[in-house]
Design a protein around this ligand. Structure first.
Ligand SMILES: Cc1cc2nc3c(=O)[nH]c(=O)nc-3n(C[C@H](O)[C@H](O)[C@H](O)COP(=O)(O)OP(=O)(O)OC[C@H]3O[C@@H](n4cnc5c(N)ncnc54)[C@H](O)[C@@H]3O)c2cc1C
Length: 467
């Protein structure tokens, strides 16, 4: 290992290789309770440098964990034991913006927000908008196939990635996809998107960009039951309307949000929906009226509308602040991001309450309701093992409930370390073995984020069968 670090310093210079304990600590965590302990952190500034680093790691069998901003909610950027972190945050440039062809080419370390800012003067945007966009990187968005509120109408990251430059596990550089539309051959770009840094290191991303909608209107609807709010969501979609956003906060989280942000909602209110429509200005009021009709049919208690940016921001306050309002109750917090078919959302909302009571934990949720993607969050105190155990057990029951309702264990945050235990619930051994064998084709020495996504038993069996 010392020899590998020496080679890295010789190759990149000491300003791009961190080995001091205090520096390593900064790269030893993400947004989950998982912690890692990298033996070094490298900060390359170009594809060639990434390739040089990977060649050295390949030579010494050194595990590499790529990292963007470390906002992962699944433990993906946590270093493997004895491995290094390869942080891409210095590769943060826009390479080209091509309005005529609706394309932008960027380095992976640019934040989602800085890409949006670069597109703004042209009246364009990159629609996938994770709530973490002010810090999360495009490389991290690609590796996790990130979603966000506007993905209901516009599609998730994979729908907007056209081509990639990646460094393979032997240091070779591969370009996937085409600048033009392309349907020939296997979809290697699609295979890399969502692969959580286990197949290659993304060093350049070509994305599809879109003209921003001319106008947006927002409605905030408060209901006396989660069931009514979730039923409204299903009915809005079933009616053929095409809202750009359908976000929900359930009872427990809403209570905290109401208190922290002094929103003054009546105590009888148990669920909040934010609904947005966008497009040509003239068409919006027709859609909004229909949506309000459906809200009334489902016993809405309060309806507020906003068209100006400032008013809309006020309505979004509750949605954006939900996680932190609930998180403030305890020093630690765990969550997952299960998905259920949209029609099963009312049942899932009830399940969240039931599981919370059954395990004696606080559990609240923000929900990308239009996609059936729930984010149940459990604040706990990691210094108290019984509390941590109860939190983990409650979140395990959430996995089970989602799968029983016909859903799955992750809608957008990836598997990382956090959801490995749930993989058996949704995939057969054969499916997982096939996936792991595909990983081995890309990474025969298993150095790229080697311990993520798959249960140990699958990792070992795939290795045995591929030898
Ligand atoms: C407050 C908060 C809100 C969030 N909201 C959302 C949301 O609305 N939607 C959503 O989808 N997620 C959300 N997330 C989760 C997280 O922000 C996303 O998963 C994001 O895409 C991660 O980007 P990152 O740059 O932080 O990547 P990291 O956390 O650093 O890494 C994530 C994964 O990507 C891999 N990786 C990073 N860069 C590369 C690269 N260049 N090449 C190959 N692999 C790479 C890492 O190895 C790791 O497996 C939220 C997180 C927080 C803390």
């Amino acid at each position: 290992m010392e020899l590998a670090i020496k080679d890295l310093v010789d190759m990149l210079g000491s300003s791009k290789v961190l080995t001091k304990k205090r520096d390593l600590l900064v790269y030893g965590y993400d947004s989950t309770p998982f912690k890692g302990n990298p033996v070094g952190v490298v900060l390359p500034e170009a594809t060639q440098e990434v390739s040089d680093v990977v060649k050295i790691a390949h030579k010494y069998g050194l595990p590499i964990t790529p990292r963007g901003a470390g906002t992962s909610l699944s433990g993906g950027p946590i270093a493997s034991v004895g491995g290094i972190v390869l942080a891409l945050t210095r590769m943060d440039k826009v390479i080209t913006i091509d309005i005529e062809n609706n394309r932008a080419v960027v380095q992976p370390g640019i934040t989602n927000q800085n890409l949006q800012k670069a597109l703004e003067p042209f009246g364009f945007w990159f629609p996938p908008d994770p709530a973490s966009l002010s810090v999360a990187t495009i490389g991290g968005n690609v590796a996790e196939n990130a979603g966000g509120p506007h993905c209901l109408k516009y599609g998730v990251t994979s729908n907007h990635v056209i081509a990639l430059k990646i460094v393979l596990s032997n240091g070779e550089v591969l370009e996937t996809g085409m600048y033009s539309e392309d349907a020939s051959g296997y979809d290697l770009t699609g295979f890399i998107v969502g692969s959580e840094g286990t197949l290659g290191i993304v060093t350049e991303v070509t994305v599809r960009i879109s003209r921003k909608p001319e106008a947006t209107s927002t409605v905030l609807a408060l209901f006396n039951s989660g069931w009514d709010a979730a039923t409204t969501v299903s009915e809005v979609i079933r009616s053929g309307l095409n809202p750009s956003v359908l976000e929900m906060i359930e009872e427990r989280m809403l209570k905290e949000v109401n208190e922290v942000f002094e929103l003054g909602y009546p105590e009888t209110v148990k669920a909040l929906l934010i609904i947005e429509v966008d497009g040509r200005k003239e068409g919006l009021s027709f859609e909004l009226d229909k949506i309000k009709e459906i809200c009334h049919k489902n016993n809405v208690q309060v309806l507020q509308s906003a068209e100006q940016e400032e008013e809309r921001e006020k309505l979004w306050l509750a949605r954006r602040g939900g996680t932190s309002a609930l998180g403030r109750l305890k020093p630690d917090s765990a969550e997952n991001d299960v998905v259920v078919p949209r029609s099963k959302l009312p049942h899932m909302v009830d399940k969240i309450k039931e599981i919370s009571q059954g395990n004696g934990v606080i559990m609240g949720a923000v929900i990308h309701a239009g996609d059936g993607n729930c984010h149940p969050q459990v604040p706990f105190d990691a210094r108290l093992p019984a509390e941590q155990e109860a939190a983990e057990h409650a979140l395990w029951e959430v996995f089970e409930a989602a799968v029983q309702l016909g859903g799955t264990i992750s809608g957008e945050h990836g598997v990382g370390l956090e959801k490995i235990r749930g993989m058996n619930l949704v995939f057969s051994q054969d499916e997982m073995l096939l996936m792991r064998k595909l990983k081995l084709l890309f990474d025969p020495n298993e150095i790229l984020n080697p311990d993520k996504i798959f249960p140990k038993i699958v990792i070992e069996k795939a290795r045995e069968e591929m030898l």
